[in-house]
Design a protein around this ligand. Structure first.
Ligand code: IMP
Ligand code: MG
Length: 187
């Protein structure tokens, strides 16, 4: 779909496109090349569900084009924020199937915000004896960190707005959209 048609589609849903599909696709190739340059052997990609499933699907195919043959596993994490001031707690909703001991692991998530989700995932995988851990996020909301953590790889810096599409949702909606957008009007 042409970008003008996509913008009209987004507007009809009360959304504004931040990262269109062609820009995401181009960045995916660069990101995969950066990761490939690390020379991580027998890489295990761990996608943090649900929000990263579209990103992870595109990234692993870009990694294939960059010459890698990663194994892939999934973990479902949920972070609960009881109020805007309370500490967010991260919980495992569905655990990994594979053993990470001795593996080079690349944790893939959609948004790095406070950093609690990624910090939790890193600690968990480190405690299980991974050989090395790197992190890769689609979007980095740099100014919102509550823990001291930066991603090793990131596709884009993201403004401090709530984003949807490309796997990300608000109340289970919009995961299917091919772009990353922000909600400008309740639909
Ligand atoms: P953190 O633990 O505060 O870094 O939050 C990261 C998690 O919150 C991500 O894995 C996302 O699932 C979710 N998240 C943060 N910001 C957004 C957003 O703008 N849209 C959708 N999900 C978000
Ligand atoms: Mg997430």
């Amino acid at each position: 779909m042409a970008n003008a048609d996509l913008s009209a589609l987004a507007a009809s849903k009360g959304l504004e496109i931040i990262f269109p599909p062609d820009q995401i696709a181009r960045r995916m190739e660069e990101l995969a090349a950066e990761i490939a340059r690390r020379g991580l052997e027998q890489l295990l990609v761990v996608a943090v569900l649900k929000g990263s499933f579209v990103f992870a699907a595109d990234l692993i195919r870009a990694l294939h084009r960059a010459g890698l043959e990663p194994d892939v596993d999934f973990i479902t994490l949920s972070s609960y924020r009881k109020s805007t001031t309370s500490r967010g707690q991260v919980e495992i909703l569905r655990d990994l199937d594979l053993d990470v001991a001795g593996r080079n692991v690349l944790i893939v998530d959609d948004v790095l915000d406070s950093g609690r989700t990624l910090a939790f995932a890193k600690d968990l995988i480190a405690a299980r004896g991974a050989r090395s851990i790197a992190t890769c996020v689609l979007l980095d909301k740099q100014t919102r960190r509550a823990v001291n953590l930066e991603a090793d790889f990131r596709a884009f810096e993201c403004p401090e707005v709530f984003v949807v599409g490309y796997g990300m949702d608000v109340a289970h909606r919009y995961r299917e959209l091919p772009f990353v957008g922000r909600v400008v009007k309740d639909g």
